[in-house]
Design a protein. Sequence first.
Length: 422
Amino acid sequence: MNSREKICLQCGTTYKVYDGYAEWCEFCDWNLNSNDEPEQLDMYEKIVRKIGDKYSKKLFATLMETDIEKYKHRNTLVATTTVVMSLLVVLVWLSLVVSSVLLLLLFPNIFAILGSVMCLLLVIYLRPRFSKKPKDVITKQEMPALWEFVESLNEKLGGKPIDYLVVNADFNASMGYVGIQRKKVLTLGYPLVSLLSKQEFVDLVGHELAHNVNQDPARGFLHYYVFTNVWAWYYFLSPKGIMQGSDVNYIFKIASIPFYVLMWCASKTALGFLFVYYWMIHYDSQKAEYYADYLGACMGGSEDSEKSLYKISYGLFLQYVQQQAVVAPNGKTIIQRLKEMIETIPEKEILRLQKLATRKSSRVDSSHPPTTYRIEFVKKFAPKVGLFQLTQEHFHKICEELAQQEEKINIKLIDEYKWYIS
């Protein structure tokens, strides 16, 4: 790869410039953020970033001096408050159920019937919606080595058994529950997993299984229901259109002012409730991420955990090779292109991306703490050598099993990009 040397105008140190990559100085970080356009932040974005940075620093400082077991979910004041707020939303929905029945039983007239029908429609519209069983679930017969590893690691962590295992095309991994019975689903994104070493893989899977140990997805469903429910109330109560339109009679507009003001106040109350709730659940969520980081790093080792956290930021490389696979196909899969790209990228560019990841601003409504805090956290609390050592032979079998999904995932990634540009 062509490169040349330059002298930094800021610190006077000689640094290398690689053709096709950002020019910056790794000694003083001059021009580190050169490829990113300046952001245009609205008032809300400025507020959440300012509060988020302050909050993240305070939370990190507090947790670094706290007993590690206190990272686990407990009934703190914030957690208790969110539960109370959640119950209020559920009670409103239940009151609609009761009202739809009582209106018919106690007041059998046309107005009561109309009121009952309206309540019933709201009950149906605001009902809890459970996720369905995911498609393309991986069975134990299809990937026995992967299932054996997941079950062994989950047992080591003390988690309840996993019901479904999914391998998809996302550059991510997740833990969740589906259905009324709350079946546990572990999802692994093959593009991300394909870049990990064996202990980095242990850390990633251990992190997601740790959410199951801490029962984070269970609270996540309740939070999701409250969020969608109150958001629906906001749109339902919002008086948009009542005072608009040139064809609307002025007398009607004047007569509608009290109704408009009442609905506007009600909708803004719902919106305010939503923002407060949203910020509070992310306080709990960030603590849960620290605890999951700790358990995952204990299994994989703090050094491999650090590498794993950095590699999560490589998602932009996937977007680039997706584009290249569509524009200039060469017979190679997107995963093969991605691996080749990672191997040929200058270490200096990798370092730039890592520094950008650690400097990313925090938001008060973000579910994850800043990467730099997460790395410092696992370095302090987790052992360097993981407590769960995956053998190279077993890891090789897992990679062979996952490779069976590569062609299908390649087609999906190409289709996704074609849909994106269409």
